[in-house]
Every structure is written in C-alpha cells, then in structure tokens.
Design a protein around this ligand. Structure first.
Ligand code: ADP
Ligand code: ASP
Ligand code: MG
Length: 406
C-alpha cells in the first residue's frame, strides 16, 4: 500500500463535471489500495476574481483581509469534492489549512510554510478516509489565514507529501507534462520525460508557472518524487528527479517567460557609496522582491539611473516606499513600464559550454528585438524585452537552441 498526494489545479476543478471527474480519479487510487490526500485549487478564474475585488476596495488592501478573501476559493472546491467522493461510496472529509494545521511564517500574500502537524489527518487517512485539503492556505503566528502566493497549491501539495512521508506527489493539470517551453505559445514545444529538480527550479523561478517555485524547492529539499500529468488524459507525465536519474542531457533544457514584471526606473540618483543599499534596503523591508537590476552612470559621473524590475503586485508598494524615501535618496523621477516580459533560457550545460548567451543575443538581434536588461546565473540567462515580442522571441529561441519537436 502506498501513500500518495494528488493535486488538481484550477482548470481541473473548473466546474461540477470536472470535480466529478476528479472524484473518479481519486476513487481509482483508493480502489488500488492507496491512502490518498488530495490537494485542490480554487475553480479556474475564481482567485483572479477575488484578487480583483480586493483591489477594487482599496489601492493597497490590508494584507490580512486580502488573505481572508482570496483563500475562500479553495474552501468551495474541497467541500464539493468531499461530497462527490461520498457519493461514490468513499469516506472523505475536507480540511482547511488552519484545521490541519499548516503553519506559515505569516507573511500575508506570500507566506512560507513552516510546519505541518499531520497527526490528525494521518490517523484519519490510516482509518480509510480520503483527506481533501485546501491548497494555498495556511495559518500564521497571528492565528490568521495566510496564503502562499499565486500558484501556491503546488507548494501545499509537495509540503504535505513531505510531511506525510508520501511515496508520490502527483500534480494533475491542464497540460500532460513539463515541456521545453509553454506549449500554449510554442506549438513545437517538446514534452520532457524527466527534468532535474535544479532545472525545474530555475524554470519555475523565471516564470514557467506549471509548478510554483517553492514547491520545487521543497521537493528538492525533501526528495519528494513529483510527477506532472494531465487530469483529462491517461498518459505518462514528467517526473522531476535527481540529475543522476537522467540519461540524456541537453545543453539547454527549457525556455520560460514571465509577464509579471514591471520595469521601474529612478533617474538622476546621486552616485555615491551606499546608494544601492539605501534604495533596496527599504524595498526588502517592505517584502518587495526586486529581480533584475541595471545601473547606468550619467555623463558627468555624479548621477546614475537605476533600473530594476518588480512583480505587478509589488509595484504599488514599491512606489510608496521609494516616494517616502525620496528626500533622502535625492533621485529626480520614478517611472515604470509594465509592458515588458522577461525571457529566460535554462540549462545545466551552461556550466561547461561557452556561447549559449551569445546565441540568445544573436537570435533576438536577428528578429530585431531590443534587449533592455540582462541577468545571468550559473545555469540561466534572462533578458527583458518589450512584451509584444513574447511569442516571436520564444519561437525563435526554441528553434535556435534545437529544441523543436520533430
Ligand atoms: P494549474 O491550474 O493546474 O495549477 P497552471 O495554469 O498553474 O495550472 O499551470 C499549467 C500551465 O503552465 C499550462 O497550461 C501552461 O500554459 C503553463 N506552462 C508554462 N510553461 C510550461 C512548461 N514548460 N511546460 C508545461 N506547461 C507550462
Ligand atoms: N488558487 C490559487 C491561485 O490561483 C492557488 C493555486 O491555484 O495554486 O493562485
Ligand atoms: Mg498552478
């Protein structure tokens, strides 16, 4: 008998028929003799609607109340699935994050899971009950509901699998696996049978939203066997695993993009030691994540322009923090441009092969696409370009790196 965690995303629970389909899939695993915990997202579109409502109430809604609102989508689907499983003759119950409890650090809107007390849930599962768990939710030290950031149900699933010592964590979604790039944009994207934790971590962190970044971090740390597969078709999916389980190694394993970037520019910042610290320190304190950074020194050498990117949801807070510090920082103006996209190429082969970055720059140049910011890490190169070139850039790079499906 195995213990498994099955996670279903928003599209997979998008309406009543789909929730019934999920119930049937869960029943198959139970009938095969497995102990099952199911983690669910809200119905597709619901979380977006809840977020939009909060933003219509206030420019910067109270993060605790924001979490109270956006966590509700998952409560609906878990209750419905528990009813559906009972209709199929199974024992099942729903669990909200606070009922388990799943404890977080309490950073509202992007909380991290700190511990899960699985004792009660585990006992119920051992007694034959299917546990249907709300993804995305946890409870913070303030005893209030906190949410794990967009796409956070993946992390709920992997964290639960680790805490339960599960044999598998199966992530069911609306594509049948992990591809070389988003198959909805590049039709020639190729499905990967296996991918390393490390590569998936990079892909996720630069925008391949098929798995939330923290879920991959957690899987890597606790060595959870994660599989991504279709909730609509019976097909083998993609296994996320260790490097030594992978036979064929490619120089470039994937390409990702993120539209969730806003370019912020501070012009004419006095150029003196400590200026970067005085800008990025207060942003970090306000939990604003800064991603790419470039600094240009002005002609007379006394001033500098600083450009960096933040996610759309952090922009308002970043603006507030920087405007409040403007008298100290002494910059002239703050401007922002949301019409940008970050495109990244990932591959462990970059450690040992030169020329991979050059191929990216060359390919984009040939398509007439201007690069605004560049950043690199050991196995990744990212560029910021105008958003209107997203599809063109992805397709051209996919072909240039020889990733197109035959
Ligand atoms: P869910 O609601 O099931 O969590 P998501 O929308 O969060 O699903 O993630 C699945 C989506 O991720 C796919 O529909 C696809 O468009 C996108 N995606 C982006 N990059 C990739 C990739 N490399 N492989 C597969 N899917 C990807
Ligand atoms: N419902 C949440 C979201 O849309 C969490 C998730 O689906 O993973 O972000
Ligand atoms: Mg998701």
């Amino acid at each position: 008998m195995a213990r498994i965690v099955m996670k279903f995303g928003g599209t997979s629970v998008g309406d009543i028929d789909r929730i019934k389909n999920v119930a049937n899939r869960v029943k198959r695993e139970v009938d095969a003799g497995n102990q099952v915990a199911v983690v669910l997202s809200a119905m597709s579109g619901v979380t977006n609607q809840l977020v939009a409502w909060c933003n219509q109430m206030a420019k910067l809604p109270d993060p605790r109340e924001y979490d109270t609102v956006v966590a509700t989508g998952e409560q609906v689907t878990i209750g419905l699935l528990a009813i559906g499983l009972q209709e199929l003759g199974l024992e099942a119950r729903s669990w909200c994050g606070w009922q388990i409890p799943i404890r977080s650090n309490g950073v509202h809107g992007k909380a991290r899971i700190e511990s899960i007390d699985t004792a009660r849930m585990s006992a119920a599962m051992a007694a034959g009950q299917v546990a249907v768990v709300a993804g995305f939710q946890a409870v913070g030290p303030d005893e209030r509901i906190s949410t794990l950031g967009r796409g956070g149900s993946d992390t709920s699933a992997v964290a639960l699998a680790a805490a339960l010592g599960a044999d598998r964590c199966d992530i069911y979604t609306d594509v049948d696996g992990i591809y070389t790039t988003d198959p909805r944009i590049v039709t020639k994207a190729r499905k990967l049978h296996r991918i390393t934790y490390e590569e998936m971590l990079e892909l996720a962190s630069v925008g391949a939203k098929v798995l939330q970044t923290r879920s991959v971090e957690m899987a890597m740390k606790h060595r959870v066997r994660v599989q991504v597969l279709s909730s609509f078709e019976d097909k083998p999916g993609t296994l996320v695993c260790d490097e030594d389980e992978i036979v064929e190694k490619e120089l470039v394993s994937g390409i990702a993009y993120s539209r969730d970037e806003t370019k912020v520019t501070l012009t004419r910042v006095p150029d003196r030691p400590g200026v970067a610290a005085s800008i990025f320190g207060p942003l970090a304190e306000a939990s604003v994540n800064v991603d790419m950074i470039v600094q240009n020194v002005s002609e007379d050498g006394r001033f500098t322009d600083l450009t960096f990117t933040v996610s759309h949801s952090d922009l308002e807070r970043a603006r507030e923090v920087l405007n409040a510090a403007k008298p100290d920082l002494g910059f002239e103006a703050l401007s922002d441009d949301p019409a940008v996209v970050k495109v990244s190429v990932i591959g462990v082969g970059m450690r040992s092969h030169a020329g991979i970055a050059q191929k990216m720059f060359q390919t984009l140049a040939e398509e007439g696409i201007n690069i605004q910011v560049i950043s690199t890490s050991e196995i990744k190169i990212s560029v910021l370009i105008a958003e209107k070139y997203t599809e063109l850039a992805l397709r051209a790079l996919h072909t240039a790196y020889g990733l197109d499906a035959a």
